[in-house]
Structures are given as C-alpha cells and as structure tokens.
Design a protein around this ligand. Sequence first.
Ligand SMILES: Cc1ncc(COP(=O)(O)O)c(C=O)c1O
Length: 398
Amino acid sequence: MNIAEIEASHFFQTYKRLKIEIDRGEGPYLIAKDGSRYLDMFGGIAVNALGYNHPKVNSAIDAQVRRYLHVSNLFYQDTQIELAQLLLKASGFSKLFFTNSGTEAIEGALKLARKWGKPQGKENIFGLTDSFHGRTFGSMSITGREKYREGYEPFLPETSILKFNDVDDLEKNINTKTLAVVLEFIQGEGGIKLVTPQYIELLERLRSKFGFIVIADEIQSGLGRTGKLFAFQHFNFEPDIAVVAKAIGGGLPLGAFIGKERLSGVFTPGVHGTTFGGNPVACAAGLATVGEILHGGVMQNVVEMGSYLFGKLEQLKMEFPDCVLEVRGKGLMVGLELKFDGAEFIERMMARHVLLNLTNSTVVRWLPPLNIGKSHIDEAVHAVATALAETRQNRETG
Ligand SMILES: Cc1ncc(COP(=O)(O)O)c(C=O)c1O
C-alpha cells in the first residue's frame, strides 16, 4: 500500500490531504521525501509565522526541553509568565489564560463572558454568517458557515447567527439580554472578508448602550499577520476579549484568551482549567516567535511585503479581468477571489511547486510566513500568472 492508501485505511476521513509526503521544512519551503521543494504560501494555515526551522524558535525549544516538558498548572512557570508579560504589555489587555488550541480559547472566552453576564441576566451570544471559530460545540454554536454545523445540532442554547456586515440585523437583535458578540474583524475561512467601519461603529454604539461583551477572534488574523498586532486595531475598536492561537506557539499547540481589566475578577480558582494549556515548551517557542514578531522587525516586514504582494495581485487582476474578481485583505492575510471554482487552479499551482490554499471555493488564500522576502513573493506571483494564463487558455479551448 502507498501512504495515501494506508492513511485512508487508518484514519477517519476528515481531511483531503495534499499529495505530498513531507520530509522537512526550510524557511518558506517544504521539502518532500522525493527531494522536490515547494514554496509554502499558507504556512500551516497561519501557524508558521516565521517559516520552518527558525533557529531562534528551535533553540528556545531545545533549551526548554532540557529543563522540563511539563509540570501542570499548579506551579509557577517562568516561560508562561514571560510570554504573558510580552503579550499583555504589547496589547494593553489585563489578564490572560493559555490553552492548547484556538477552539479551546474560544470556549474559555465564552465561559468568561457567561460567568460575567449571568448575574446581570445577560444570555444571548451572537456569531456572524460566514465566520469560523472552531470545532467544539461552543465554537460551532457561533460559527456561521453551514458546512461546519450541519448534522451537529443541537447547539448551545441562547446562541444565534447574525448577518455579517448587516447593520439592520445587528440593531434589531441587540438588547439588554445580549451577552456577547463574537467576530473575526477579517474573516479567514469565510474568504478574507473585512468587517465594514459602519458595522463596527454601530457595534461600538450598541455596546455603550447595552454593555455586552465583544470577543474578537484573532486566531488567524492576530499577532502581526495583518501588519498590526491585532486585526481589530485597523478598525479603531477595543474588544473586551481577544482570542489568539495558531502563530502564538511558533508551530507548537498553544492558544490564549486575553481580557480587559473589567473582566479581571470574574474567574476564581477552580472555575476553569486545563492540563496541557500553556505547556512550557510551547510557551518557550511562543516567546521566541512573538518576540521576533514584535521586536525583530517582522511586523514592519508584514506591512512592506503585504503592500508589495497586494500591488502584484492587483496587477494580475488587471491582466486577467476574466479570471480575477477581487483582491482583499490586510498585510499578509490576502485573498485573491477568482471568478470560478479555484480547485483546478490550486492543482496547477502545486504542479508549479507553490502551495496556496482555497477557501470558500473561489478565494485563493495567502498566509505566507511573516518574514517572507520579495524574491519569494515574486516566485509565487510569477507562478500564479502562468497558472492563470493556462487556466484562461483551458477555459477558452475547453
Ligand atoms: C478564525 C479562527 N477561529 C478559530 C479557529 C479554530 O482554531 P483551532 O483549529 O486551533 O481549534 C480557526 C482555525 O482555523 C480560525 O481560523
């Protein structure tokens, strides 16, 4: 049996895997077992912020591995504390809790919101259409994309979905019973869609009036990806809770929910917890990664390379008006929307050894390492131009 057949016989079939058997990674490249090199422009779906095999991340992991791998959250641990200090100082938030994953961080944020709101009679939690917040039941309850929900009902009571960017729907549904609104300021899985300034203005106005909690899901868009620490900073808005994961662990499983001062006293010992969340090796990797993003010039690189990539893709849009509908995004979180299903295009890109990810069937998603250089962007964009020319020709003749 080949590896695909073995996988099919052993695993619940939840993933459509790319037909590459990975040997190792180097910077923005993945190297397959047959020696071929792929330029990876979606880096572990926004996890590999510094690319593969980053020396600072590796040596931070090595050093922590030699000290201890795990001691449980009943002990004070310096790596956890240093990472917390770095994040809180940079973000202006007051308190955090470390988890293993994005969805656990969302669950924790929902629990924090509920503990805060229940005594005040606040119950209703809203997510938005096209959003994605994770695979556990709380996260699914506020996820707006039907394909992730179908067949898993019933969800958490008092949760429902509002229409993304629809101010009337927001105004109509928010009231004194509202506990929380959860949103991605730039939707990832939903196809790199930005919330509108008008929607955020209304959200702010309604929050002042009714006093509910806004939870920003920054799992994909956070930690420098969009050229700011958080995507919500592009919208001049301060959520009450920010949720991060993916990039924070530098490739190891780590997430966090981070709350504002007014929520500091809500949790007390024993009301929430985790065995592995905040694992010291993951925190050491996170410290090296977030340190590099914040203080190693990486976020500046995102701003520069983001605008370089955006410009190049806009040029492609002009060259291929029959293929490209729109270019959207901020920093290095960019969507190139095609005018047709992109599955074949992604295959063509793979044949050219450039890995891109498709979301929402027509949106080619770019989530390259944040320390990417111009030459890599040029390499990828050149391959896109060739693949689009091929696609166009194919569509004309076929
Ligand atoms: C915006 C957003 N929220 C939540 C999640 C869930 O994170 P995890 O897969 O780590 O549970 C993801 C994962 O893709 C995401 O992109």
